[in-house]
Design a binder for this molecule. Sequence first.
Ligand code: EPZ
Length: 427
Amino acid sequence: MDKIIIHGGKQLSGSIQISGAKNAALTLLPCALLTDEPLTLRNLPRLADIDSFQHLMNQFGVSTAIAGSRPEDFGRVMTLEATRITSNVAPYDLVRKMRASILVLGPMLARMGEAKVSLPGGCAIGNRPIDLHLKVLEALGATIELASGYVRAIAPDGGLPGGRYSFPVVSVGATENALMAAVLASGKSTLHNAAREPEIVDLCNLLVAMGAQIEGIGASDIVIHGVPRLHGATYRVMSDRIEAGSYACAAAITGGDVLLKNACIEEMEATVQAFRDAGLIVEPRGADLYVAADGPLRPVQVTTAPFPGFATDMQAQLMAMLCRADGASVLTETIFENRYMHVPELNRMGANIETSGKTAIVHGVPRLSGAEVMATDLRASMSLVIAGLAAEGETQVHRLYHLDRGYERLEEKLLGAGAQIERVGDD
Ligand code: EPZ
């Protein structure tokens, strides 16, 4: 296991290349199951979760080839070919490592007429049930069976007929599974209160590029007209809006500035609003986004919500930045029930944060002090890095496997912007 050592206090300045979006890539990869033709994905981030998903696809008999990319390049090109599927089972030992494996359920069901996936357990940030995934697939005509820790989804003989479903709660993953199942249904499907995240739009754009017929892309009401088959495609994964926001917080807490290469402001409006409320300069510059501190950070009030609201995946990183604001900020986490595990570690660094249920009050402090801290989940680990960049002295962040799931070559990117940071083995 590795750890990161940061000597804080260096003002960040420079440009940071934003990688392909993890949460888009994880729903684009299973689309390869929907056709027997090659699917080529460009700008895939080099992340542990992508490697895990590639391994899962190989498990089904899907061939995957990484096109030559130089070690110094960001992102990779992967061609997937599901000519013959030799297994429609996603086993426990793979699913337990990466809960996004559940996103093979819909496409495997659509292609094979049956899919069996180990139930993903909860995770650090919450229980994360999959009841909505199962309900929407039933609404599209599937029979669902739960036994021995697995979910089995079966389509009627002629394949899924399609149907209508209204989500009681906005769910990104359940919307994604529904879309990937509905595109090959024999009839029309209608989704109400569907998730509208940019990653869903990316999925719809890929499916349309493969020949799917989808109306209402980006809206909460989506209509899918099933087609008999889909063809291959070559598609570029969107940039990672959460990674971009994370590095913006890193530059801001150090009083610096950063040009986020390939960051798309339209996908980050709620985050950008929070940054501007906190007193930051935020300017789109061509295909890039410029973010700079502009005097002391101001406290803000933010509530997480489904897109276009403030992203829950940005909550921990914004909280770290607000530890150095002039005054008290109020954050409310409405999506996951246990997404404040970064708070005790931030407080060990001299932050002054109180939590009560869904609400966290972040009392700004004049300084943070470096400490040995423990990552608990992906975004919490990034919040500790952000705090460490501003803290006086040395911060060591342990259990980096959390960070490696979502941030491609983080140290290199931060080094390039002036941080004093290194990765070392953690005995
Ligand atoms: C996706 O998770 C993202 N992961 C998460 O990012 C992100 O936090 C989340 O969407 C919300 O934006 C990927 O895309 C791989 P949900 P997902 O279904 O699909 C409840 C990160 O840090 N719910 O939108 O699992 C659920 O418990 C990760 O990159 C049900 O009750 O999220 C939660 O409270 C973390 N039943 C809420 O809905 C269900 O069947 C939103 O979950 C499904 C979800």
